[in-house]
Design a protein around this ligand. Structure first.
Ligand SMILES: Nc1ncnc2c1ncn2[C@@H]1O[C@H](COP(=O)(O)OP(=O)(O)OP(=O)(O)O)[C@@H](O)[C@H]1O
Ligand SMILES: [Mg+2]
Length: 292
């Protein structure tokens, strides 16, 4: 397995406003004989919005873990900023949702950083939490138990938590899952606002590209140990995805949305598992409308 202490492979750079936030050079990550990617070159600039796509188990979360320093590369190099915010992939956890307030969740984002304890530390913590709550428009329900909040409200708080450290690189692991189209749109807007106002780079893992398509500069598409990097127009094509999946994949553009036929497991709302005999826009109509 990749070694997180593989210090020669990952260099943390101070937050230099002139530098890119992350640079992978000939990067390789593998678990045993399973290679997630190899020979990956990617520089992520400030203010850039990078979407990370691919089927379950293709290595999207692992890619974020490398940026976070939780996984070390098995080969190549990574240079990355030390100012990172992280919205983890949601898993059911055993914390009591009625005991924790939104404000507490946001505070965890501060506690993990360098501001420490004591009165000054506590005042600073409170200021940071209040500022992050205001930034995402969650002040009104910050004192309510998490368990009483809607999925969209909870997700706003998770964005706030990631912003408390004033990151120059924001890592988002499927932040839209389980949100309805309206709330998906709100959360994406929130993240994009942050990107525009603070020139924060965004790496956004998702199974649904349509809600973020208007914002995406580049796509990193991972499949079975292979990958493609490029603009959505370059990567999200019938030719590129068929080559990447090693099977017939068809990409349709319908009303500024992408519909991918074949290629991925059927849970993906923008993929049709069974290719219809003659793909038409009507086929796309059967898909859930993402509202974008
Ligand atoms: N620490 C680890 N040790 C061994 N294998 C791992 C480890 N972390 C991840 N893997 C494996 O690497 C593969 C990629 O996992 P990862 O969580 O990155 O996938 P993913 O693309 O985020 O999938 P999903 O869409 O389901 O979230 C999986 O097969 C996973 O089991
Ligand atoms: Mg994942």
């Amino acid at each position: 397995m990749a070694d997180p202490d593989h210090s020669s492979a990952r260099t943390v750079i101070d937050d230099d406003p002139a530098a890119p936030v992350a640079t992978f050079e000939r990067a390789r990550l593998a678990f045993g004989s399973r290679v997630l990617w190899d020979d990956l070159d990617l520089t992520i600039s400030r203010g850039e919005f990078v979407a990370v796509l691919g089927p379950n188990g293709s290595g999207k979360t692992s890619f974020l873990r490398c940026l976070l320093g939780q996984y070390g590369l098995d080969g190549g190099r990574l240079e990355v900023t030390d100012a990172i915010g992280y919205i983890p992939q949601q898993h059911a956890d055993d914390s009591d949702p009625m005991a924790m307030r939104g404000r507490d969740l946001v505070g965890f984002g501060v506690d993990g950083s360098r501001w420490g304890v004591g009165l000054r530390g506590r005042l600073r913590r409170r200021r940071l939490v209040d500022a992050a709550l205001a930034e995402v428009g969650a002040t009104a329900y910050a004192n309510a138990p998490m368990g009483l909040l809607s999925g969209g409200e909870q997700q706003r708080l998770r964005v706030a938590q990631a912003l408390t450290t004033n990151p120059s690189l924001l890592l988002c692991d499927e932040p839209l899952s389980s949100l309805d189209p309206t709330n998906q749109h709100r959360v994406v807007e929130l993240i994009d606002e942050r990107r525009r106002s603070a020139n924060t780079a965004v790496v956004f893992v998702t199974h649904e590209i349509n809600p973020i398509l208007p914002y995406v500069d580049r796509v990193l598409y991972l499949v079975g140990g292979r990958f493609r990097i490029g603009t959505p127009d370059e990567v999200m094509t019938t030719g590129t995805l068929s080559e990447l999946y090693g099977s017939d994949v068809e990409v349709l553009r319908v009303n500024r949305r992408l519909v991918v036929i074949g290629g991925e497991d059927s849970h993906h709302c923008d993929h049709l598992a069974e290719p219809p005999t003659s793909p038409t826009p009507a086929a796309a109509g059967r898909e859930r409308d993402t509202g974008v």
